[in-house]
Design a protein around this ligand. Structure first.
Ligand SMILES: Nc1ncnc2c1ncn2[C@@H]1O[C@H](COP(=O)(O)OP(=O)(O)OP(=O)(O)O)[C@@H](O)[C@H]1O
Ligand SMILES: [Mg+2]
Length: 443
């Protein structure tokens, strides 16, 4: 028996209705309001979902699967809400009130959910307990979901709101404004990943590649990283985003598909084309690739690159997120998630490959070189300026790897006259695009 249709709301408009044609097939129909507000062919929801056309069911499913957790995180979430893990339709029905970006899924006819929901204070013990149990499933009470929220990714995580420094639970569709990911113990290999992520986000902020605030949180023996959401703002508001996998219609219910490793897709060229097709500047993507290679973040895969899709139809690369230092503890896996200039073995990649990659997107050589050189210089300055004592669990070895990589890049790519002449305004240079990334107003 077909299940109830669902309405999708975006920026205060009922943009589409999704229905289940049969099990595993999800169809999407645009509303008149969507056509009136954004017009035929607009891509405000997704690059792959043109308003006014009938998208193939597999494309709709790939988009929705892309909002849901991956791997065992998906299985656990599914069990907690009492549905089968492969039941995309039921999962988004249960979890889709708070999604990555601004799309809200509600029962058809339920009305505008944009301002719905409320927040309830949590004690530190309660937050610690939620984080500790983030990869467990709770016994389901079928049909009862008070906290409906979904994010992709493999790492156990919870979503919360923060007000004046206190954590709050997001009830009945209130948007979360922070993400807490559970970290490992420092004695484990890779247990410092949350610590290096906080440091890398601080560097990314210094070079204006992100607006995300991040800190390590500790509740008893549980450690985690808290990051502010760049797709939220203080007045229950949401900015829409989609990731590269969604933007190219790649279904990542097999999480390995986020990586390229020599195959045709996903690729950085695809990522650059999404910006070009949206009329946006590609420079910020080249800066992100440069930054990622310098810090030794090998995990820049198709779900770690995202785009903001604003209500006015404009597109830009999102602020950087999920960036960390990997090379000091991964002697066994030296693969970069996406190929750069046709290479993915990290030890074969140099900064010249990043310039060549940018040129392959159609950027003129001088510009590609200038963007990369400016970013290397900005990262070098940020590294010199960062107070390393505020990141006590980032080892000297981890910093040394980054220092060495930045030095090698600087030596290979001396800041040329071309790089210092005719520079754009610093904000445009580093944040890029028609507008800079927005800073969330939540506290
Ligand atoms: N600061 C942020 N603001 C808004 N959305 C974010 C932010 N950080 C992450 N996201 C969204 O949440 C998703 C999961 O976050 P993240 O990538 O940090 O998790 P992860 O589990 O570490 O991922 P991975 O599977 O790559 O290890 C991202 O793909 C992105 O869509
Ligand atoms: Mg990620």
């Amino acid at each position: 028996m077909a299940r109830e249709p669902m309405d999708v709301w975006l920026y205060g408009t009922h943009i589409a209705t999704v229905t289940e044609a049969s099990r595993q097939r999800v169809s999407l129909r645009w509303t008149e309001q969507a056509l009136e507000r954004w017009g035929h062919g607009a891509n405000v929801l997704s690059a792959k979902l043109d308003i006014g056309t009938t998208p193939p069911d597999v494309t709709v499913r790939a988009y929705i699967d892309g909002l849901l957790p991956e791997g065992s995180a998906r299985v656990n979430q599914a069990m907690s809400v009492g549905v089968a893990p492969d039941d995309t339709y039921a999962l988004i029905g249960a979890l889709g009130r708070d999604t990555p970006g601004a799309a809200i899924f509600v029962r058809a006819g339920a009305g505008d959910p944009t301002r719905a929901g409320h927040y309830e204070p949590l004690t530190d013990d309660e937050v610690g307990e939620r984080l500790r149990r983030a990869d467990e499933y709770a016994p389901a009470q079928p049909g009862v979901v008070h906290e409906s929220s979904t994010l992709p990714g493999m790492v156990p995580k919870i979503t919360l709101h923060r007000e004046r420094g206190s954590w709050q639970a997001c009830k009945d569709g209130a948007p979360s404004t922070w993400i807490l990911k559970r970290g490992g113990q420092l004695t484990e290999i890779g247990g410092d990943i949350i610590d290096t992520e906080v440091a890398c986000l601080a560097l990314a902020r210094a070079v204006e590649l992100t607006t995300v605030d991040a800190e390590v949180v500790t509740y008893g023996e549980v450690r985690g990283i808290a990051v502010s959401r760049y797709d939220r703002n203080g007045q229950l508001g949401r900015e829409h985003q989609e990731d590269l996998a969604q933007a190219i219609g790649l279904n990542t219910s097999d999480p390995n598909r986020k990586f390229q490793w020599g195959s045709a897709m996903p690729s950085l060229r695809d990522a650059a084309n999404v910006l070009r097709d949206g009329g946006a500047n590609q420079d910020p993507l080249l800066r992100l690739v440069t930054f990622s290679l310098l810090i030794g973040n090998t995990d820049l895969h198709a779900k770690n690159i995202s785009y903001l899709r604003h209500a006015d139809g404009s597109v830009e690369l999102s602020p950087a997120y999920d960036v960390a230092m990997h090379l000091h503890h991964r002697p066994d896996d030296r693969r970069n998630a996406l190929d750069i200039n046709g290479k993915f073995l990290i030890d074969a990649l140099t900064i010249d490959d990043v310039v060549a990659e940018g040129m392959s997107w159609g950027l003129p050589a001088v510009r590609a070189r200038r963007v990369v050189a400016d970013t290397v210089e900005a990262v070098r300055a940020a590294l010199a300026g960062i107070d390393r004592s505020t990141h006590p669990n980032v080892s000297a070895e981890a910093w040394a790897v980054v220092d060495r990589r930045v030095q090698e890049a600087t030596d290979r790519l001396p800041v040329s006259t071309a790089a210092t002449k005719n520079r754009a305004h610093p904000r445009e240079r580093l944040a890029g695009g028609r507008r800079g990334p927005k800073r969330p107003k939540s506290t």
